[in-house]
Design a protein around this ligand. Structure first.
Ligand code: ADP
Ligand code: GLC
Length: 489
């Protein structure tokens, strides 16, 4: 068994704001058959500590964890082996894990997530008698200080992996926090936590970790260029031998249209006509005036990254083609307002639910005809994978993991019988509109559409292959010989 500690700010089903949680929640289960035992270190947000139901075992105590007392609690919740940092002064706040009631980042996020990395490093340095991780994997900026704490702490054999789910979120803070980070002065350097005069937790992790992974092979290439690297391309090019992209999978048990309790009507690739029942349920929920013609769905953060401004520009045109929309998400106020205005302009054609609704997202994948993902950049993207699995044809921009996972229905791919969706150039409202037009046209050819749906449903979106690659990487880092040529390249 290889012991890996996964350090993250979210893990489904305990706490989720996006795809990060889906990944950290699914990986332990996917890795366990491969001889990898993965525990997850999480901040003790109220929604998570509540799930302990008084259970859990205190395994360590800290008198002063960044300005307050804290306990480390071990528990098994929803099948995950969890280590929880119970630190009320840092995490006992309701709502979103990152934002206060004013919608802004908590001003002490630097401290809340420094604590996460620091506790992880204590575990790496032998805090517990009965648990010693061999590898610690830090996910995104919130865990980004862990590799620095390991690098500048006592010498150790423990290896670190920094996994980048989104290079846009750097965890950048002013240099004035440095004296409180519990790092030696030498760490405030280009080879440590320093970034443009301040401190970036993500950069620090990418600099100090033994290995850097990201969540699709294409994004691993893209972020080596200025257009996508957002200032970190130089760092990545400097250590290209120890950077790799491993594609996300999805939890195919949670996402199984044959048994999904969130669906009005379950179905399989052989009973696709039953999806119509879900489409009708969606029409009701989104106050649409019918189910004839294609129904596009969007399940997304409403942000520029996701290209939602481009979508707002083309809604009128696509409705003009005879399509309807159901939109679920929340985010930038001007985008929420833009979609609300579109719904008001097109009653019965454009339906909007502002908010976060996991159950509804399942029903949408199980009832809409196509899912639009017009991202400007997309490290991996999961909604297009759920779309494939549910016969909801993905219409995606050609970036990041979207390009890696969807085969465009161009004439050659249709002839060869391999198309699974539609791709278009990112960052162009015109290209998005044209892609929607192609989708409407393809939808009109029921035979071709059904074939694409079935092909998508049969494509392998599970964790199997990628879990193998993580296991191979862990083995490589520990110098273990593996009878496997999958080792990370
Ligand atoms: P990101 O993490 O960048 O937001 P991903 O596509 O990787 O994008 O993952 C988003 C995850 O969050 C998916 O599981 C998606 O279904 C879910 N999701 C996004 N917005 C909503 C919403 N408003 N309601 C329910 N689920 C949502
Ligand atoms: C990030 C990325 C998304 C990715 C997810 C899980 O939120 O934006 O593309 O799928 O992490 O890795």
């Amino acid at each position: 068994m290889i012991e890996v500690l996964s350090v993250a700010s979210e893990a489904y089903p305990l706490i989720k704001t996006g795809g990060l949680a889906d990944v950290t929640g699914a990986l332990p289960g996917a890795l366990s058959p491969l001889g990898v035992s993965m525990r997850t270190l999480l901040p003790g947000y109220p929604v998570v500590t509540d799930k302990l139901n008084g259970g859990g075992r205190t395994v360590a105590e800290f008198d002063d964890l960044f300005d307050g007392p804290a306990k480390l609690v071990a528990a098994r919740i929803n099948g995950l082996e969890i280590l929880l940092i119970d630190a009320p002064h840092l995490y006992a706040r309701p709502g979103n894990p990152y934002l206060g009631p004013d919608g802004l980042d908590w001003p002490d996020n630097w401290r809340r997530f420094a604590a996460l990395g620091w506790v992880a490093s204590q575990l790496g340095h032998g805090l517990l008698d009965d648990y010693q991780p061999q590898i610690i994997q830090a996910h995104d900026w919130q865990a980004g200080l862990l590799p620095a704490y390991m690098k500048y702490g006592p010498a150790t054999d423990v290896k670190t992996v920094m996994t980048v789910h989104n290079i846009a979120f750097k965890g950048f803070f002013g240099s004035e926090i440095f004296p409180q980070l519990r790092l030696p002065p030498a760490a405030f350097a280009v080879g440590g936590v320093e970034f443009y005069g301040g401190i970036s937790y993500l950069k620090s992790g990418m600099e100090c970790a033994d290995f850097v992974t990201t969540v699709s092979p294409n994004y691993a290439e893209e972020i080596r260029t200025p257009a996508f690297g957002m200032g970190l391309e130089g760092l990545l090019n400097g250590r290209a031998e120890t950077v790799t992209g491993i594609l996300n999978g999805i939890d195919i048990d949670t996402w199984d249209s044959a048994i999904d309790p969130e669906l009005k009507q379950t179905y399989s690739a052989n009973t696709l006509h039953l999806r119509q029942v879900n489409k009708r349920a969606l029409a009701e929920r989104f106050q649409l005036d019918g189910v004839d013609g294609p129904l596009f769905c969007v399940i997304s953060r409403f942000t520029g990254q996701k290209g939602m401004d481009l979508l707002a520009q083309v809604v009128d045109g696509v409705v003009g083609l005879g399509a309807r929309f159901c939109l679920l998400g929340s985010g930038e106020p001007h985008l929420e307002a833009g979609f609300a205005a579109a719904a008001a302009r097109h009653p019965g054609k454009v339906g909007l639910v502002v908010g976060y609704d996991e159950g509804l997202s399942h029903l949408m994948q199980g009832g809409a005809d196509a899912i639009l993902v017009p991202s400007r950049f997309e490290p991996c993207g999961l909604t297009q994978l759920y779309g494939l699995r549910y016969g909801c044809i993905p219409v995606v921009s050609r970036v990041g993991g979207l390009a890696d996972t969807i085969i465009d229905a161009n004439p050659a791919a249709l002839d060869a019988g391999v198309a699974t969706g539609i791709q278009f150039d990112a960052d162009s409202a015109h290209a998005l509109y044209e892609a929607a037009r192609r989708a409407v046209k393809l939808y009109g050819d029921e035979k071709v559409w059904r074939k694409m749906q079935r092909r998508g449903m049969k494509s392998d979106v599970s964790w199997e292959h990628s879990a193998d690659r993580y296991a191979a990487l862990y083995g490589q880092l520990l110098g273990l010989a593996r009878d496997n040529d999958n080792a990370a390249d």
